[in-house]
Ligand binder design. Structure first.
Ligand SMILES: [Zn+2]
Length: 59
């Protein structure tokens, strides 16, 4: 079972829902964080190799 956690690239919130697709077929997402200035963003598919260090968070 694969569960991909989608995080808003602007506010790093995981309170994100799908928001349809754009004209190029990319998945659009909508951030539901009320403090986020970017409400929508697109999923990047070619971003796996260039993550600037993923840290584990303690909630
Ligand atoms: Zn956000």
């Amino acid at each position: 079972m694969v569960y991909e956690k989608i995080i808003c690239p602007y506010c790093k919130s995981d309170n994100v829902v799908k928001n349809g697709r754009n004209s190029t077929g990319r998945q659009r997402m909508m951030c539901r964080n009320s403090e986020c200035k970017h409400k929508t963003f697109q999923l990047e598919y070619s971003n796996n190799a260039s993550k600037p260090g993923v840290k584990e968070k303690n909630y």
